[in-house]
Design a protein around this ligand. Structure first.
Ligand code: TXA
Ligand code: MG
Length: 508
């Protein structure tokens, strides 16, 4: 079947296009259309056969009920019975809008539409294109999200095309949707009403209007702190092709954990995907990083969520790691969708962060012009399981100077360079507890301890690795002395790398 695509501007609706689309729906055909939440796959809700086609096009099991969309509040009484009194107040506040309410169904609604249930889900969207189409179709349009079952919901007409081109009759392209997550579903057949799916209308918003509402307890996944085992496929719904894993903890820990995971993955030549935010983007320098929006306005995150998941399907990554969001306001809906997409795979950030005893390694020599910078550069060339900030400092540095020329010459002969080095005085910034301070000889260690008091992160290099090979001081001697020094340092720094790598194992 050829899928017609018609552009439509919600601020200036072309009635001819709406009439064409409405006629298709009245004939029992399928038309995808924009709503404020996500694109819907429209069909006439009162025709059993149209519902069957909907399930077929989406590849969705036919016991999963559809939402019936209306454009005028009076229409509700035709499809629902025993409508509870709070409905008027809720409708006055939230309709038209991203709210779906569930009622007992009337005889008018076929079981094909409700997946065999005696209840019907009803929503009145605010998008003017959706409203015009519903009216043109006769008033009742069933519309699941217009994606292939199991894929992320569509937030642009392009997404609909990707999934359903050739399977449906028409797509109305009204641009990018506003909210980006499906409507809140509120079950009105129980008292108090119960939220079955979180969305842009939150529990807090309902409570201001009708008092207490319940929340379906199964929405938020069990508080498991277990590392993920096999992907829980049966829970995956809004699923990207790659495996998605939620990293959970406080934001600082999440960043550190994702940095570590992405560093390790790069080292193994298997880069990962990262879902980051405007605020955290600069912290990631490995992997394929995508910005989901700003933490200052979580609506941006909701709007980008599904398109980011789809974008990752175009990337060559097996695993995506995502930062987490606070479960409040629209954050509840964001986390609900992300956790579903992740099949509830999660890693506590603290488990990874606790493996990192140190995050920096700082070598300290007298003037920071030869042995310290050489040691630092040697360590940068080692294969480390963790990404360290590696520096060198001096005990007496009067002003910044480039590295000693002989030190540079000998490093060049070993295909390394100190060309970017500029000497720096050791100071308060360098003694923090996440820093492993390694001095070239005993005198520098004593100097630091006498200045800062007793510390358990300051060692001589020999002491830390348990090797007493003396590091010769080549200063004022010929180039060969620098060569001998490099040889000793090279051996010691390799041992240091092994020791740092084994520290991570010990913690595990
Ligand atoms: O924002 C939305 O609600 C979008 C747009 C297109 O309006 N539609 C949407 O439909 O998300 P869909 O089919 O992707 O999701 C409908 C959800 C399903 O989880 C379904 O199980 C539930 O609503 N649902 C529908 N009727 C129900 C009923 N009678 N009782 C319980 N759940 C119902
Ligand atoms: Mg859906």
């Amino acid at each position: 079947m050829e899928t017609k695509i018609r552009k439509i501007d919600k601020n200036q609706i072309d009635e001819k296009v709406i009439e064409e689309a409405g006629a298709l729906l009245r004939e029992g055909k399928l038309v995808a259309f924009p709503t404020e939440t996500v694109y819907g796959l429209g069909a006439d809700a009162l025709q059993e056969e149209a519902a069957r086609k909907t399930y077929e096009a989406k590849g969705r099991p036919s016991d999963n009920p559809l939402i019936v969309h209306i454009a005028d509040y009076e229409q509700l009484k035709k499809i629902a019975v025993n409508i509870p009194p709070e409905t008027d107040i809720l409708a006055a506040h939230f309709w038209p809008g991203p709210l779906t309410m569930i009622f007992e169904k009337s005889a008018l609604v076929p079981y094909g539409t409700t997946g065999g249930l005696d209840t019907v889900a009803v929503r009145m969207p605010v998008d003017p294109v959706a409203q015009a189409l519903i009216r043109a179709a006769g008033g009742f349009v069933s519309a699941p999200s217009a994606n292939t079952s199991g894929r992320p919901s569509p937030t642009t007409a392009r997404h609909v095309e990707e999934d359903l081109s050739g399977k449906i009759d028409m797509i109305l392209d009204g641009g990018t949707v506003d909210i980006g997550l499906e409507s809140t579903i509120l079950d009105m057949t129980v008292s108090p009403p119960m939220i079955l799916r979180p969305g842009a209308i939150t529990a807090e918003m309902f409570e201001k209007v009708i008092g207490q509402v319940d929340v379906d307890k199964t929405l938020l996944s069990e508080e498991s702190t277990q590392a993920p085992k096999a992907p829980g496929m049966k829970y995956r719904h809004y699923a990207p092709k790659a495996k998605l894993i939620m990293v959970e903890g406080d934001l600082r820990e999440e960043i550190l954990a994702i940095r570590q995971i992405s560093y390790e993955a790069d080292r193994k030549g298997k880069p990962i995907g990262i879902i980051a935010t405007s605020e955290t983007l600069p912290f990631y320098n490995h992997g394929i990083v995508k910005n989901i929006g700003t933490r200052e306005n979580e609506k941006t995150i909701a709007r980008n969520l599904y398109s980011i998941l789809r974008e990752f399907d175009e990337e060559n990554v097996d695993t995506i790691y995502s930062e987490s969001f606070a479960v409040q306001g629209i954050g509840s809906a964001i986390m609900n969708r992300l956790e579903k997409a992740a099949g509830h795979l999660r890693i506590p950030a603290s488990e990874i962060v606790k493996l990192q005893k140190y995050r920096r390694v700082t070598f300290v020599s007298g003037t920071d012009s030869a042995r310290g910078p050489m040691a630092a550069e040697l360590l940068r060339h080692c294969d480390l399981k963790q990404e360290y900030v590696i520096n060198s400092r001096g005990i007496v540095v009067l002003f910044p100077e480039p590295a000693n020329q002989k030190a540079e010459a000998i490093m060049k002969s070993a295909r390394m360079t100190l060309a970017d080095h500029s000497s720096l005085q050791f100071d308060d910034e360098d003694i923090k507890e996440d820093t492993l301070v390694l001095t070239i000889d005993e005198s520098q260690k004593e100097k630091i301890l006498s200045e800062y008091g007793s510390r358990d992160n300051v060692f001589t290099l020999n002491e830390f690795i348990g090797d007493d090979t003396a590091i010769p001081d080549p200063y004022g001697k010929p180039l060969t002395a620098y060569g001998e020094c490099l040889e000793v340092l090279d051996k010691l720094i390799k041992k240091l790398a092994d020791k740092l790598n084994s520290l991570m194992e010990e913690e595990k």
